[in-house]
Write a protein of this length. Structure first.
Length: 318
């Protein structure tokens, strides 16, 4: 029951300053967690900070009239509720870390490429997908090392999936495009979050490897057969593998990564075939390997990436 006291306190005091007391406010809570779980929760908080600021920025733009009018009241209500729930999750994660005697990851400064309502909803779709994928990765660690946290983390993941469904619909897509969501490694999740983070703005840096950036189009049409990728060929990981055949690793749902050869079109640019059957959110990485069977193994062999790609289905909701 100790875990649920911590979660309950976070859920009922989302806007309060986090403390280390239990829900009744009497005794100091002590929670023993493995180092790997603590690192995973710190990453989850890092991404949660990003999402809280995303909604905060959107709210300010909507209120000030910086976004064009035309958002329905139902959409505004959904955005408002999602923003509040992200704050609850943020406080909950802080309290769990405090109870474990671990460092709290403070907010950074962020930049979101959303100048209007349409771009806000598009960025929200990407961020919500990353949120789901990253918390699933944390859940995998927790299930092995600290099973007392499983229900709480799974509950957060379920709510994240609802946010993802909302943004899918808001972008004219099915709320449930795939039977399974796509878990990713902590390294990949961190690097995806860094794309929205102002460099050197974080009071605390996570001890996670920073990878060279891989660029690709954000949206993949369901009937598309190829995709162009670009990267910085002067980055050390790329230079070290110079002369080797390059591949794009595609990670989707719960299957093993799928690899397609990358045909170079110029220095730092290439085209790869798109595997068939991709649905929902897909993560791609540049690599010289084409036999690795897990996301973690592919993460270790990533030369640049990941890049998030969202598959647009031919059917569009009215």
């Amino acid at each position: 029951m100790l875990l649920y006291q911590i979660l309950f306190f976070g859920a009922t005091a989302a806007l309060a300053v986090p403390t280390c007391t239990n829900a009744a406010g009497n005794n100091t809570v002590t929670l023993y967690l493995s180092p790997s779980t603590i690192t995973g929760l710190q990453l989850a908080l890092y991404i949660k900070n990003l999402k809280v600021n995303f909604f905060r920025s959107a709210s300010a733009n909507i209120t000030s009239g910086n976004y064009e009018q035309g958002i329905s009241n139902a959409t505004l209500d959904a955005i408002s509720v999602a923003a509040q729930q992200e704050q609850v999750h943020q406080t909950t994660l802080r309290n769990i870390l405090l109870a474990a005697g671990a460092s709290i990851i403070p907010e950074c400064q962020y930049v979101f490429p959303s100048r209007n309502t349409s771009e806000f909803l598009s960025v929200g779709r990407s961020l919500s997908s990353v949120g789901v994928s990253s918390i699933l990765g944390v859940a995998e660690t927790v299930a092995v090392l600290d099973s007392n946290l499983v229900s709480g983390i799974a509950s957060i993941a379920a709510t994240e999936a609802r946010h993802d469904a909302f943004f899918n619909v808001a972008n004219g897509q099915l709320p449930n495009p795939a039977p399974f969501d796509t878990p990713i490694s902590s390294t990949w999740a961190y690097n995806l979050a860094l794309k929205f983070t102002v460099p050197a703005s974080c009071p605390v840096e996570l001890p996670i490897t920073i990878l060279p950036t891989l660029s690709a189009q954000d949206i993949l049409q369901s009937n598309q057969t190829s995709m162009t990728f670009s990267w910085d060929p002067t980055q050390k990981p790329v230079i070290q593998e110079n002369g080797k055949n390059l591949f794009i690793g595609w990670v989707n749902q719960l299957g093993s990564p799928v690899y397609t050869p990358l045909k170079s079109t110029s220095k730092g640019t290439g085209i790869a075939s798109v595997p068939s059957g991709l649905k929902g959110v897909v993560y791609t990485a540049l690599t010289t390997q084409n036999t690795l069977m897990s996301v973690d193994d592919l993460t270790g062999a990533t030369l640049a990436g990941p890049a998030i790609v969202l598959v647009d289905q031919e059917r569009v909701l009215p």
